[in-house]
Design a protein around this ligand. Sequence first.
Ligand code: HEC
Length: 316
Amino acid sequence: MRHLIPSYIRVPVVFFIIAGLIEYFVDSGDQPAFMEKPIILLFLLLVLLVLIAIEGIVSSLDNILFESLDEKGKERYLASRTKAPQLEKVNALYSKLVGKSKPIEEEGEIILDHNYDGIKELDNDLPPWWVYTFYLSILFAVVYMVRYHVFNADDQFAEYETEYAEANRAIEEYKKTAKGLVDFNTVELLTETSDLNAGKKIFETNCVACHKADGGGGIGPNLADPNWILGGGIKNVFKTISEGGRDGKGMVAWKSELKPLEMAQVSSYVLQFQGTTPAEPKAAEGDIWVDEASTNSDTETTTENTETAETVGSEN
Ligand code: HEC
């Protein structure tokens, strides 16, 4: 019994099936598995070598068996081999797609009787592969026209706009989930109730002993007045809470105890005391804090807005 499929087809087919299975089952994110995990590349190389080795062994076994046959056996073997239906189906499909054209000797029967500067035309049947492709292109054109010119589906510009908007939304989402990564340079005032409530809890657990529940102050300074020893505004407050106050004053660095997000939440909560009147306010300490950053960030916001407007304008 001879193999029906030659080895130069068998080896790559088996190899790509194995590679495909690995790709399917190994979770490798956006990258192909063998790029994400070089060990897989090594494994695939090994698979290839083993496949080739198996082919080699099988064919040399074949040879040995062949040599051990007597003359009659050899003849019978060769006969069975040439009769083997190698790739018959593929060949049949191929000739079906290519079609039949008249052999050159019979071309006289199908020549058309016009003649342009010596160029004549044969009335051969069109090759089926060409005809099918042509029908497919007609079908495609109909679907395309109905979709884009009758039902006005999104064109590439509209698709670009939607994807752009989606990406922007994804960035916003990411920023929300990534707010735990803040430090005092990137921290922003949190305004959501959930964050402020979390901040309140943290404050009541850790800070009331020295700052009082209403921020009026005790061992620590009054947090409700506009005066700050170490600077007001979300960034300074975050920094004070994270790094602690001046040495020996009693305000420790909380960064080992609280997560960045928790410090951002309690900082935002602390700033809620601004403008309220505590029951027993401690006398003001430090300077009145003027938020220079707010004026700066205002201008920044305006430039950002004009930029966005310009980008939108130039797109159209
Ligand atoms: C052991 C007492 C103590 C505890 C507990 C404490 N603080 Fe303080 N806090 C102080 C003192 C004292 C200062 C002043 C530090 C200085 O003068 O350098 C201060 C300063 C501050 C300041 C800066 C005030 C300014 O005027 O610049 C903030 C903000 C603050 N604390 C927030 C907190 C928060 C939030 C907590 C809880 C996580 C907390 N503190 C826990 C004692 C405390």
